[in-house]
Design a protein around this ligand. Structure first.
Ligand code: MTE
Length: 319
């Protein structure tokens, strides 16, 4: 395994502090009076004027949505992790404005242990599925969280179409590898391309979404256009962006983050306030747009839907 002097897995604590400063500054700028009350500090900063008019129509409203207050469109689209466009939070929004190159077709290959493999153009891939809007809590391993209105369809719908066979125990996802479009890939901060995986029952869980948009619009480059995964009960890095390959496999996939820091990033990566990251606690989180930290919930608040997937498993060992 390639080891960098300052590994990619070394960033989080400093990023959390960075965001605190960013928030403090925004809170300051947003308060007209010098006296800022606690309730004002708690409320999120949502600027409707910054949210573009929705381009998707006829979206199914999903029962899986949370009622939590949305994170502003501005924060969702400017505070990003997408190492293919740089390791800081601001770079993806600046460097991914022309991503993906619309003159090149976006193709997704579905292969491995299944009866109906195939290679699809993006439009053909998504055409058979009903798009819905689902508001999910999204918790990053770095200690911040957001509430995002995703547009997408259940991954289970696509899996059913591919008809995995009995050897398909896991699903592996791969991001595009194209250093010309993704300048961050010319630096060896991760073992490119970015790879993630789910156990097949996790992949089939109705909460697991293939997302093609947010806030009623197509995904922007920085959020993983044109198609990405969203797994709301796991830390954000499992939600792999800009997917070109979905492969049914027998063995547990070795993800990009497991390779970068095997002691720090496990395969499951379920949000769990009781299992600390080796270098920081995971018991609290800062919701972007709020001043005070809040307690992190087990499985990010989705216990009812997913706890059964892990019955009898030691979640400290299987972190
Ligand atoms: N997918 C790829 N291909 N590359 C990445 O660097 N970052 C992950 C995940 N998916 C990442 C990725 C991390 S660490 C997080 S927290 C989320 O994307 C961030 O998603 P967002 O920027 O849309 O909020």
């Amino acid at each position: 395994m390639w080891i960098h002097k300052k590994r990619a897995s070394d960033i989080p604590e400093s990023e959390v502090t960075d965001h605190k400063t960013y928030l403090n500054r925004r809170q300051f700028l947003n308060s007209s009076a010098a006296i800022v009350t606690a309730s004002m500090l708690q409320s999120s900063i949502v600027d409707a004027a910054e949210t573009p008019k929705p381009t998707f129509d006829k979206l199914l409203k999903s029962d899986f949505s949370t009622e939590d207050k949305l994170t502003s469109y501005e924060s969702v689209t400017t505070y990003n992790n997408f190492y293919e466009f740089g390791t800081d939070k601001a770079s993806p929004a600046i460097l991914a404005t022309k991503f993906p190159d619309k003159s090149k077709p976006w193709r997704v290959t579905i292969e491995g242990e299944c009866d109906k493999p195939g290679e699809y153009d993006y439009d053909d891939l998504i055409r058979p599925f009903t798009l819905e809007e689902r508001i999910y809590r999204f918790r990053c391993v770095e200690g911040w969280s957001m509430v995002i209105p995703w547009v997408g369809f259940p991954l289970a719908d696509l899996i059913k179409r591919a008809q995995p066979n009995s050897r398909a125990k896991y699903v592996q996802f791969t991001t595009l590898y194209d250093p010309e479009q993704m300048p961050g890939q010319s630096r060896k901060v991760l073992d490119w391309p970015y790879v993630e995986g789910l156990r097949i029952d996790e992949a089939m869980n109705p909460l697991t979404l293939l997302s093609v948009g947010l806030y009623g619009n197509e995904l922007l480059g920085q959020n993983g256009a044109p198609i990405r995964l969203v797994v709301p009960w796991k830390y954000g890095f499992k939600s792999i962006k800009s997917i070109v390959n979905i492969r049914f496999v027998e063995e547990m996939p070795n993800s990009a983050w497991m390779k970068a820091g095997p002691r720090e990033y496990g395969f499951y990566s379920n949000v769990n306030p009781d299992v600390a990251h080796p270098r920081w606690s995971q018991s609290r989180e800062r919701r972007i747009g709020e001043f005070l930290k809040r307690k992190t919930e087990m499985f990010n608040g989705y216990q009812e839907e997913v706890a059964g997937l892990y019955t009898g498993m030691d979640l400290k060992k299987n972190f």
